[in-house]
Write a protein that binds this ligand. Sequence first.
Ligand SMILES: Cc1cc2nc3c(=O)[nH]c(=O)nc-3n(C[C@H](O)[C@H](O)[C@H](O)COP(=O)(O)OP(=O)(O)OC[C@H]3O[C@@H](n4cnc5c(N)ncnc54)[C@H](O)[C@@H]3O)c2cc1C
Length: 338
Amino acid sequence: MKPFTYARPSSAAEAIGAFSAAGAGARYIAGGTSLYDLMKLDIERPQHLIDVTGIAGLDRVETAGDQLRFGALVPMSVAAGDETLLRDYPLLAEALWKAASQQLRNMATVGGNLFQRTRCMYFRNGNGNLSTVGAAPCNKREPGAGCAAIGGLDRGQAVLGQSASCNAVSPGDWPVALTAMDAAVELLGPDGPRTAPVAGLYRLPGATPHLEFALKPGEIVTAITVPKTPAGRRSTYHKIRDRESYAFALASAAVALEMEGDRVASARIALGGVATRPWRASAAERMLVGRRIDADSSMEAGRAALAGARAGRHNGFKIELAARTVADALLIAARRTA
Ligand SMILES: Cc1cc2nc3c(=O)[nH]c(=O)nc-3n(C[C@H](O)[C@H](O)[C@H](O)COP(=O)(O)OP(=O)(O)OC[C@H]3O[C@@H](n4cnc5c(N)ncnc54)[C@H](O)[C@@H]3O)c2cc1C
């Protein structure tokens, strides 16, 4: 690990000031469950850590009014156990408690979760210490180096949104559920405050996979907001993985439905585990409007969600798995009462 300085400011303005003063090499840190991990692997090498956990007022879940508002420092475990989420927005609670382990969820923040980096083993194996693949090139880690995952051991890699430079999966569960719910982030930076859709935070890899997030330098997320909708009650986050807990998604689907009688008035569907960013399945959403949710319509929607998918050497199974995950999620959500 390389030496770094550490500061723990007590306000967002102070944190942004510290970031600007530190210049290149500064990074914010919250729970540290992602960033410290990557520092130990010698993939992230920040020279200045600015710990945001001392900032007051960012640790509350607010559910009054027409939106849900999560302060960026709310621990994942706290949001996962919030009674409004459990009752009215099960997809949000499920996306959180199906992620990582209880210990990690106690440390990790809902803001930091948005910016965790890919679990692609070629990306994480910069120094060749992880024995499975040895040291191998990665465009995300070292722009222009090449991508060993393309044509390599790609069982876990993306089938949607990949480019000739990168097929690494966007790993988070929470951003997938937030994307389905049209969530937004409140940001504060050197140029002042702004809001942005969560979906817009994630870049496709294209020719620049090292540029992952659409944040301006020095910007900090202060809160995440989710517009309230009756679709929240008929919702689920369905996550399929190699083992039933403490594993990243092979495929996941965040689904929320608004019904008129037994017909779909509107559907929200986003996919995780299969794409290079949280993946909204708009065509599948549209084709369900006016339909009943049954075995046929849900499977049709699942296939529509994966329509543009392209498999590599070992990950073709993900296309069928994800289609079925969407179908199952729709059936689960439809059974829930509004
Ligand atoms: C073994 C293991 C298993 C896991 N399994 C899962 C899983 O199944 N599903 C899943 O979704 N996640 C999983 N995770 C990831 C975990 O959820 C994330 O590490 C965690 O959410 C990151 O939050 P943090 O507060 O610790 O972020 P940190 O590590 O502190 O920061 C992560 C990144 O976010 C930036 N950041 C932090 N806060 C802010 C802010 N307020 N504004 C701007 N930038 C900020 C930091 O600069 C850094 O780049 C797993 C992690 C581990 C170690």
